[in-house]
Design a protein around this ligand. Structure first.
Ligand SMILES: [Zn+2]
Ligand SMILES: [Zn+2]
Length: 239
């Protein structure tokens, strides 16, 4: 599907249930996440429709190792020559690729969030085979990305042990919240977590940041007063 503009310099590429994001940096495009296996061509098509070339993607940031986020990475790295980035806890799984079977807890246990048992069983099914690919740079909270210095790297474990999210300090703050929670049709838990308590702590931690806009791995972006909505949901009430 074609890329949709969220705000100047930020596009979402919807990939049938999961989102990838394109950011316009000064020296080229930055891609956040790569969809599921087989999504690379769709992402390149969306880039093409924006009048850009595959080689314009210079950096690929992965929020976490799950197949619906790293699935297109190896193919996109080949097509673009981009540098790749992930947190050191998830990077080894991404490099290796292979068979992922979340129902059996391979490579890590993954359990439904409270109240999510039914959709979890419905959507988290089967074994996925993912091609691994090199992660050129392991990134940690507080690292400065020289190609996008106002993009904060924030450690956000729970849904995945090595998840990172990104806060771009433009337009009043754009949070790329990955799968810390989902927004279908409103803010709610993600379907599953590798460590639910850690995931709750992460949601509360992110309530301490300011951002106007929030985007999600699953669901629509919140385009205004996103931090206020976030705090109402994750800080003041449930967590
Ligand atoms: Zn995930
Ligand atoms: Zn996901």
């Amino acid at each position: 599907m074609a890329a949709k503009k969220i705000v100047d310099g930020v596009y979402v590429i919807p990939l049938g249930g999961v989102n990838a994001f394109l950011l316009e940096a000064q020296d080229g495009l930055v891609l956040i996440d790569t969809g599921s296996p087989g999504n690379a061509d769709e992402i390149l098509l969306a880039v093409n429709e924006l009048g850009k070339q595959p080689g314009d993607i210079h950096h690929i940031l992965l929020t976490h190792w799950h197949p619906d986020h790293m699935g297109g990475m190896a193919a996109l790295k080949r097509a673009t020559g981009a540098q790749t980035y992930a947190h050191p806890i998830d990077a080894p799984i991404i490099r290796e690729g292979g068979v992922f079977d979340p129902v059996s807890g391979v490579p890590r246990p993954f359990l439904p969030a409270p109240g999510m048992e039914f959709p979890f069983r419905q959507f988290i099914t089967g074994v996925v085979n993912v091609e691994g690919g090199e992660i050129d740079h392991e990134i940690n909270e507080g690292d400065i990305l020289t190609f996008l210095p106002d993009l904060k790297v924030i450690f956000a474990p729970g849904h995945s042990d090595g998840q990172v999210v990104f806060l771009w300090e433009v337009h009043g703050g754009v949070l790329f919240a990955a799968d810390t929670c989902a927004n279908i049709p409103m803010l709610n838990w993600s379907l599953g977590y590798e460590n639910f308590n850690e995931g709750k702590r992460t949601l509360k931690k992110l309530a301490g940041y300011d951002f106007q806009i929030a985007t999600f791995g699953h669901g629509d972006a919140i385009l205004k007063d996103a931090a206020i909505e976030w705090r109402r949901k994750w800080h003041d009430k449930q967590v």
